[in-house]
Every structure is written in C-alpha cells, then in structure tokens.
Design a protein around this ligand. Structure first.
Ligand SMILES: [Zn+2]
Length: 122
C-alpha cells in the first residue's frame, strides 16, 4: 500500500469499505443493472426478487456493484481477459448470494462493498 503524499484522512476514507466477491443469479444481475427484470419475468416478478434481495442484504443492498475487483495476484491484463469471459456467466448449482435463491442457473460476479470495522481503519 502506497501512502506517501496522502493525508491520513484520505487513507482512512479510502479503506472504509472492503470488497467481498459474490456470485449472483441473472435476476439479481438484471435488477442491479437495470432496476427491474425488463420483461424477463419468468419464475419471479421484479418485486419478488427485490424483496428477496432486501431480505438477504437489508440496507447493504445499495453497496453491491456488478463485476468483481482485481485479485492481488492477478495482472491488469489477466483481470481484463477473465472478466470479459465472466461477463457471459457460468452455470452453478450453488445458491445465489444476491437473493438467496437455491435454484441452479447462470451466475455472475458482483461485489459487496462492506464497511470495515472502525478499529481496522484507525
Ligand atoms: Zn439472485
């Protein structure tokens, strides 16, 4: 971590949140990207998916962004290449970490930016 030239205050703010990688279903992807299922309501309506996501995340739902962050052992090029193929999604039977759905299906990466305990940032 390079902190030269940065004020102490800036460093603290920069690391207030820590990314946690999630694997989410296509419904959650649609909600996060567009705010609704955009006519692709098959098993659940937009309202039902949002309600499920709120049940899992509560107020932290607003902290979730699409895609994943670069791994420490990954070069910029490796990151770019793998995220391009990851955008297509992949099949998984594990439950969705966005809405908790246990249905198997396509999964995509998302990132939850969760507050770090204050003692870590001070
Ligand atoms: Zn989901």
């Amino acid at each position: 971590m390079r902190t030269e030239g940065m004020s102490k205050e800036y460093v603290a703010r920069k690391y207030d949140y820590e990314p946690h990688r999630l694997e989410i279903c296509v419904d959650c992807l649609q909600i996060l990207a567009n705010g609704d299922l955009g006519g692709a309501e098959e098993d659940r309506t937009t309202e039902e998916v949002v309600a499920d996501m709120v049940e899992v995340w509560g107020d932290l739902l607003g902290q979730i962004t699409l895609g994943r962050t670069q791994e420490e052992d990954e070069t910029e090029e490796e990151y770019e290449n793998s995220t391009q193929s990851e955008d297509e999604g992949w099949f998984s039977m594990s439950s969705c970490e966005g809405c908790g759905s246990g249905l198997g299906g396509d999964r995509f990466y998302a990132t939850a930016w969760l507050p770090i305990d204050e003692e870590i940032t001070t």
